[in-house]
Design a protein around this ligand. Structure first.
Ligand code: GLU
Length: 367
């Protein structure tokens, strides 16, 4: 596996197996793999399921199908246990991010999640993400952590998504029923036939099945993120991954994440306003690959909230030079335009970021 930043999704069946709450049974080899990646300067973000499964024993419900409120209470108590279970395997700090689909859809919250992940990684803190099950309502839920992990891989600009499950990968038929079921080692096209082959889940404690894993792979691959589904309950799988082998199913992304991101910024994301920049800023942004700072901004047009995309134009013409995700709303940007980055805090009372548009979130239109 050749990657710089990986999102690793760990399913409930590995975190809290056998309906007995949290366990270290499978996490030890997963944690060892994560530590190994870190020691090779690879960046890791963990998406961990298991809060509901871990809390199940601790909330009285007396029913095989607990109510939504009971499940939310299970998640509240199980999340603590799950985090403590992870932390005991690492000698670096873990951090907890609980998010919903509503957070990822909201541009302001999206940019907060993105910035937080960036800073945690820079500080060698392991982000552990889960859906905020206690507050999420049906319409604001991602619903399963496979799809959540794909969204996290996109928001964090990862180049690899590794889905750890208790199955070996994608088969052409159910391996529990057919002895001659064949494992797909590489998939470069995700179509209806593949979904039909994959079916749902047989595992009572897992939310997703193969279907949500393929959905996740499809989302990730569209964004240039290579995806693997492997069996995380077998320690030899991690040894194989570290040797650069593929022990499960690999979904091949057709383009690089950088190219996919630039395409998304350029063609998919709608601009909500524009900023006009001076000669110095044009030189920095266009010729030097720098981020856009407040000092180079001369004018602002449109009404946008932080996290929305804006066009960057030159003062001497109307040609759009670049596009990018803005860290400040138009209202706040008006107060800090032309100012030095270290004056931002004093003027606004907060400093979201020293960059107005971070280079990672900017694309030149002639690229
Ligand atoms: N967020 C759920 C939990 O922690 C898991 C969802 C999933 O496994 O897909 O229990």
């Amino acid at each position: 596996m050749d990657f710089k930043r990986v999102v690793i999704k760990v399913g409930s069946a590995l975190v809290a197996p056998d309906g007995k709450g949290c366990s270290g049974k499978y996490l030890l080899s997963i944690a060892r793999f994560i530590s190994h990646c870190q020691s090779q300067n690879k960046e890791v973000i963990l998406v961990s399921s298991g809060s509901v499964a871990a809390g199940r024993k601790l909330i009285a419900h007396g029913s095989p199908n607990p109510s939504i409120a009971s499940k939310q209470a299970m998640a509240a108590v199980g999340q603590m246990q799950m985090m403590a279970n992870w932390q005991r395997f690492f000698d670096f700090p873990c951090s907890q991010l609980l998010i919903t689909h509503g957070d990822l859809k909201d541009r302001r919250r999206y940019i907060n999640i993105k910035n937080t992940l960036r800073i945690l990684i820079e500080n060698q803190v392991l982000p552990v993400v889960n859906e905020n099950d206690t507050v999420a309502t049906e319409e604001l839920k991602v619903g399963d952590n496979d799809n959540l992990a794909a969204l996290v891989a996109m928001v964090s600009d990862a180049d690899c998504l590794l889905i750890l499950s208790d199955v070996n990968g994608v088969y052409d038929q159910d391996p529990n029923k057919a002895a001659d079921a064949k494992l797909f080692t590489e998939i470069d096209k995700i179509d209806d036939a593949l979904y039909a082959m994959a079916g749902g889940t047989n595992n009572k404690i897992a939310t997703g099945g193969m279907k949500t894993k393929i959905q996740a792979a499809e989302k990730a691959c569209e964004h240039g993120i290579t995806t693997f589904i492997v069996n995380g309950s077998r320690s030899e799988v991690f040894e194989a991954l570290l040797r650069g082998e593929n022990p499960g199913t690999k979904f091949i992304a057709q383009q690089s994440p950088l190219k996919a991101k630039k395409y998304w910024l350029k063609h998919t994301l709608k601009s909500h306003g524009s900023v006009v920049i001076d000669e110095g800023a044009i030189n920095a942004v266009v010729n030097k690959g720098a981020s856009l700072l407040a000092t180079g901004i001369i004018e602002i047009y449109g009404d946008f909230v932080k996290g929305e995309s804006v066009n960057i134009t030159a003062h001497c013409g109307t040609r759009v030079l670049a596009k990018g995700i803005c860290q400040y709303s138009s209202q706040d940007l008006e107060k800090i335009q032309g100012k030095n980055s270290n004056e931002i805090e004093q003027i606004l009372g907060y400093c979201q970021s020293k960059e107005i548009i971070h280079r990672d979130d900017l694309v030149l239109l002639n690229e």
